[in-house]
Design a protein around this ligand. Sequence first.
Ligand code: NAG
Ligand code: NAG
Ligand code: NAG
Ligand code: NAG
Length: 303
Amino acid sequence: MHLQVLLLCAVLLGLATPGWTVKTKAVVLFGDSYTDQSRQHSIANGTFPGKDYQEIFPPADTAADGGVQWPWYLGLYGNYTIWNYAVGGAVCSNVLTTVNAEPDVIGGQTDWFIQDHTSFVVIVYVGTNDVGLHSFVTDDESPTLQTLRNLYALGARRFIVNSMIPLQLTRLYSTSSDPTIYFLRPAQRDASMNALLRGGVLALRTEWAHSGATVQMFDTYGFFTEMYDNPTRFFNGSAPANVTGHCHQCPDPNDFTQVRSDCTLDQRDSYMWWDELHPSEQTGRNLAMETFKALNGRSKFLF
Ligand SMILES: *[C@@H]1O[C@H](CO)[C@@H](O)[C@H](O)[C@H]1NC(C)=O
Ligand SMILES: *[C@@H]1O[C@H](CO)[C@@H](O)[C@H](O)[C@H]1NC(C)=O
Ligand SMILES: *[C@@H]1O[C@H](CO)[C@@H](O)[C@H](O)[C@H]1NC(C)=O
Ligand SMILES: *[C@@H]1O[C@H](CO)[C@@H](O)[C@H](O)[C@H]1NC(C)=O
């Protein structure tokens, strides 16, 4: 069980024939615990998942949101085929951050994808609090940038980069001194990271200006803030909508097996957060629906 949790290195690829006005039929995801359904557990279990590992749903075990992760809902809402390459605990690039041995978002996971697919239009969805993203915009030779160029070289023409969520809203990064179950990395400031991400998006726009490729940004930060500010519109379990607490309770930060009672199943969808760091399944449904709208040009969070 990896307690280090790194956020939202999600890369989302929509497959279709070249030209992104063509209806998206499939979505491929790279990412970490915000996206992984079961790959990390499969690896921990001794079964290194090869490129064909495609257990999206139903999960054999519990993902980091306590249930079904958002990619499955995205597939449901958009009638997309979903390939989920995300691995919980993955960081953006092992070159930059060698905290664990999971296949990273930028290298190993995309290698699986590239082995599987050669002809596609791509929607990229990247967001992270990982240090690797700094070099996304500051270093022309950065692995992140190079990976995006590799995807471009393979035919990717539509890219969406997502911003970081407002981490200060999570229990883990709030100023609360309650014990938490996760190993803390130094929190990085979302706003400055998002500004850097935006810079990277604009740089790619310039680089690909005459290629017909588009690079957009999905404002995950804004969308999470909207959910936070409008609990009853988004959270519908049997308890009062709750965007500050979390369903899954764990009293000892050093022992994840000591579980205090969680909220009940019918209360789960009331919560924005599953635990101190991870969004809940209902938050995942909301994100999937907004992403579906974004893919179809109907989200104010895409620009
Ligand atoms: C873990 O290993 C067991 C025994 O080989 C297998 O039945 C189970 O499906 C595996 N779980 C995952 C998530 O790979
Ligand atoms: C969903 O996608 C499948 C496969 O692409 C297609 O055959 C089917 O008609 C689609 N269903 C709807 C409701 O669009
Ligand atoms: C809450 O709404 C989602 C759709 O966003 C729905 O799938 C889910 O079943 C609802 N939950 C409850 C407890 O009604
Ligand atoms: C939200 O949930 C927490 C449990 O994590 C609880 O302590 C708190 O009172 C709840 N807040 C509201 C407004 O219901």
